[in-house]
Design a binder for this molecule. Structure first.
Ligand SMILES: *[C@@H]1O[C@H](CO)[C@@H](O)[C@H](O)[C@H]1NC(C)=O
Ligand SMILES: *[C@@H]1O[C@H](CO)[C@@H](O)[C@H](O)[C@H]1NC(C)=O
Ligand SMILES: *[C@@H]1O[C@H](CO)[C@@H](O)[C@H](O)[C@H]1NC(C)=O
Ligand SMILES: *[C@@H]1O[C@H](CO)[C@@H](O)[C@H](O)[C@H]1NC(C)=O
Ligand SMILES: *[C@@H]1O[C@H](CO)[C@@H](O)[C@H](O)[C@H]1NC(C)=O
Ligand SMILES: *[C@@H]1O[C@H](CO)[C@@H](O)[C@H](O)[C@H]1NC(C)=O
Length: 803
């Protein structure tokens, strides 16, 4: 299967928005990240003492004591050994010459954004939030075995939390685990007494943000861990929200129970994401490098067990710049599981972020629930549509028009048909239903444009890119959305009839829909261009139309100007929502298996994931074709099965360190470690999936499995290979005498003779599966072979920076 290297420019729009304001606020002083020799993590110096050392470095380049103090933004101790400071280029130069200083990086105002789509939604549900409650027998057992995650602490790096939500009640919870060392930082509308046995810690990080944008506008956000945005509240309640029954959205549209995946787990809130100044809220949030790194640094010191980070870029970035990967590396050294969103820049290939192998990278897919609002044409045909708009058009048929036939003349053709602001002609729209195209402009604003021009209804037709992935939006006008194929049908109908008429039927929640799950079109895709030897994303989880807690400060659509509604629970989509689902699963696994490494937890989740949907067929993507591992990783997570994976692919901190040696990036992860003269190839990292880059004829890959099941178990190998290759294992039967035993095996992938060369070539990818099966246990892995591609030259150096 060939995947072209396309990165569509439209996906960077958000990014461009964000970069524009910087041009005007570059000051002579900039933020630099200064990294020092040595390592304070194991020593007995307090953070304060480490801060004094950093201060003394600054004193040597600053005029006065006060200036030095004021310029020190953060001291880091548990992640990097270094600090963030405001410096002039000259001061930065001087520092870089000093003994003991390894790097002085100008902190590019690289801005991370929260990984939600812009489809802010509202509506309650008829069913529970918890996606694994569907088959409640086993899952109830899982929750009981994990004691609902009661002693596990989850760090949320996000936009804060709305502590008043019922989802964060600590009723009946046991005292805070004694290992907790964090704090509840005082701030606006969140004083230190706000923490309880559920939200056990709360901190916020503003220095990086304020050094780029100036002081926080306190009308736009709270100067505290309190969440004005809603995103952080939503993600935190997905991981660890208490069960709150009879939750209903605006107008009592639907009712249900909201419940997090690990309802007794503890939450530690690290607010590092803030509103973009001068931009409307629905354009998103930003989180700067130095703020996020400090949040991770603190989370490590505070003693969190799992970190859930729904933040990233719209494209991959190098390890040098990737503070999430760098911070996560240290978190993993401290045995903290780090779960991150893959991003919402799909379906373009190579759009994935957070690809480091020590992170669990999560894509987003649908659940088996749909909000159906069909269209009835006057010729009797019914066309399926989706909506969560609580406004109804009534029982009449209305004239149906295409936006491009009713807009002001002279619009450039590339803007035509999208119902952008002030494009429609009221005298051609009044009293009609308008078909607008999805693509340019915001979906909810298209409805407002139809409303402005006097229209009575909106039908939003998908473009080809999003195809079958139809959003369910809470429009301000009776509305529904249709797939690409159905949009073509509507166009056909309008063209084929003298008086096209239609009716939009009221929206209904439909459960147990099939097929589900399927990949969301926005979910970012591989291949991983940072390292083509590691297959990413790892897994997919529910990320479409997820109901969870909300802030009382922000309307459900976040279009503040139009939307004054207040909701306690809201529906949101994005890999931001799927990430905390997997974080919750990691909490439960950690509770059941406290001695497992972070790699074992990832392995258990990946090897038990489902590559099929609820019809038993391969999980599909937005085109209706089977999704590849570049979209879904190993498949849809299955927490219950993950509790008993049988075998795991383990990896240690040292394995990751050796992996960085081969990539030549060790200096960004551990400045005191010297790479040995020889180290394994990156594809030899003991990962639960295999990606073979530059496969030419044949390749062998070694893996090691650890028995975490029963003693005396026997596993047999099986594989599903593409026709161009064969996949074998040596040995192909594994016999384990005891629990904890490790056995090595070798996978050989060989091109089949007789396949012509034209089947191979650069940028061709072949996908296969292998499994170790033991009665009902399967430890699946998957293989991506990539043919003939020249190996990227990855230089490595043995650097000696610190004498
Ligand atoms: C906490 O913050 C509030 C508002 O910022 C302030 O009025 C109060 O004095 C602070 N309390 C403490 C203990 O610092
Ligand atoms: C659910 O909430 C509605 C109002 O939101 C209330 O009228 C109703 O009695 C509640 N039902 C239950 C079972 O608590
Ligand atoms: C539309 O086309 C015009 C003229 O070719 C170009 O300047 C403009 O940037 C295009 N707009 C978009 C949104 O592609
Ligand atoms: C109504 O129109 C649609 C679109 O042109 C067409 O596909 C469908 O077959 C028509 N239905 C009937 C009953 O003629
Ligand atoms: C660097 O790696 C060495 C060797 O594994 C380890 O002992 C040390 O703690 C690491 N230091 C940091 C800061 O990660
Ligand atoms: C593939 O391997 C064959 C045999 O080892 C070698 O002759 C050929 O040059 C290789 N091709 C590439 C593209 O590396």
């Amino acid at each position: 299967m060939a995947i072209k290297r396309i990165i569509s420019a439209t996906y960077f729009l958000l990014f461009l928005h964000l970069l524009l304001p910087f041009a005007s606020c570059i000051s002579p002083k900039q933020v630099y990240l200064v990294e020092l020799c040595g390592d304070h993590t194991s020593g007995d110096k307090t953070l304060h003492e480490v801060g004094n050392i950093h201060h003394s470095y600054l004193l040597s380049v600053k005029e006065t004591e006060e200036e030095a103090r004021a310029s020190l933004l953060y001291s880091y101790k548990h992640s990097i050994n270094g600090f963030a400071a405001l410096l002039t280029p000259n001061e930065a130069n001087q520092l870089s010459e000093m003994e003991g200083v390894i790097f002085v990086h100008k902190n590019q105002p690289r801005i991370y954004s929260l990984h939600t789509t812009r489809s802010w939604k509202f509506v309650g549900l008829d069913g529970p939030l918890n996606p694994w409650e569907e088959d409640s027998n086993t899952d109830g057992e899982l929750l009981t075995r994990a004691q609902y995650g009661k002693d596990i602490i989850v760090g949320m790096i996000d936009s804060g939390v709305w502590p008043d939500s019922k989802s964060f009640s600590d009723e009946g919870m046991e005292p805070v685990p004694t290992k907790w060392k964090g704090e509840c930082q005082n701030g606006t509308a969140f004083d230190s007494s706000r923490c309880n046995r559920k939200i056990i810690g709360a901190r916020y990080y503003l220095h990086g943000y304020e050094s780029v944008f100036g002081p926080l506008n306190e009308k736009e956000d709270y100067k505290s861990a309190r969440d004005k945005d809603g995103h952080g509240t939503h993600t935190a309640s997905i991981v660890a929200g208490r069960a709150v029954g009879n939750v209903s959205a605006i107008g009592g549209f639907a009712k249900g129970t909201a419940l997090g995946g690990a309802p007794l787990a503890r939450l530690a809130i690290y607010k590092a994401c803030w509103p973009i100044k001068g931009h409307s809220k629905d354009e998103g949030n930003i989180c700067t490098n130095i703020d996020m790194l400090k949040a991770i640094d603190d989370a490590i010191a505070d003693g969190v067990d799992v970190l859930s980070i729904s933040i990233g870029f719209s494209a991959p970035i190098s390890y040098e710049e990737d503070v999430i990967a760098r911070g996560a590396f240290h978190a993993v050294r401290n045995n903290i599981v780090v779960v991150c969103s893959a991003g919402n820049s799909g379906p373009s290939p190579q759009s994935l972020s957070n690809p480091a192998p020590w992170i669990i990278t999560v894509g987003a897919s649908t659940v088996d629930r749909s909000f159906r609002a069909p269209i009835k044409l006057s010729n009797g045909t019914v066309i399926q549509g989706r909506s969560i708009t609580p406004l109804h058009i009534g029982n009449n048929f209305y004239p149906l028009v295409l936006a491009r036939d009713v807009e002001h003349p002279g619009l450039p053709s590339n803007n035509s048909g999208y119902c952008l602001d002030n494009t429609l002609e009221p005298n051609k729209v009044r009293g009609k239903i308008v078909v607008c195209l999805r693509g340019q402009g915001k979906r909810l604003k298209k409805g407002l444009e139809v409303l402005r021009a006097g229209g009575v209804g909106l039908i939003l037709g998908n473009n080809k890119l999003d195809w079958n992935d139809v959003p369910s939006d809470p429009h301000f006008i009776p509305a529904t959305g249709v797939s690409y194929d159905n949009a073509l049908k509507l166009i056909d109908y309008v063209h084929s009839t003298p008086n096209p008429m239609a009716q939009i039927l009221p929206g209904k929640t439909v459960l147990k829909t099939k097929p589900a799950p399927s990949m969301a079109s926005f979910s970012s895709r591989g291949p991983n261009i940072i390292d083509p030897n590691i297959l990413k994303p790892d897994i997919t989880a529910p990320g479409v139309d997820i109901l969870a807690a909300w802030t009382a400060e922000d309307g459900p659509t976040r279009m503040t100007f139009y939307d004054q509604r207040v909701v306690n629970y809201n529906i949101f989509s994005g890999t931001s929502m799927s990430c905390p689902h997997v974080a919750a699963a990691a909490v439960l696994l950690k509770a059941i298996h406290p001695t497992w490494t972070t790699a074992a937890i990832r392995s258990a989740l990946m090897t038990t994931a489902m590559p099929t949907d609820n019809t038993g067929h391969p999980l599909t993507d937005e085109t209706g074709n089977p999704a590849t591992p570049f979209a879904m990783g190993s498949g849809h997570f299955n927490p219950t099965k993950a509790a008993n994976p049988g075998l795991v692919y383990d990896a240690s901190y040292m394995d990751y360190l050796l992996y960085t040696c081969r990539l030549g990036v060790t200096k960004h992860f551990n400045t005191t470690y010297y790479c040995p003269k020889s180290f394994p190839e990156p594809f030899e990292l003991n990962y639960p999936s295999i990606q073979i880059h530059g496969l030419n004829y044949s390749r062998t890959v070694k893996r090691t499995v650890t028995n975490v099941g029963r003693s005396g178990s026997i596993y047999k190998f099986s594989a599903v290979s593409p026709k161009e290759f064969s996949i074998t294992a040596t040995p192909n039967i594994l016999k384990f005498n005891h629990v904890g035993q490790k056995i090595n095996f070798i996978i050989t992938v060989t091109a089949n003779l007789g396949q012509t060369q034209s089947n191979h070539g650069p940028d061709k990818y072949y996908f296969g599966w292998y499994a170790w099966s033991h009665q009902h246990l399967h430890a699946k892995g998957q293989i991506v072979g990539e043919s003939w591609r020249d190996r990227k030259q990855i230089g490595h150096r043995l650097l000696e920076w610190c004498q």
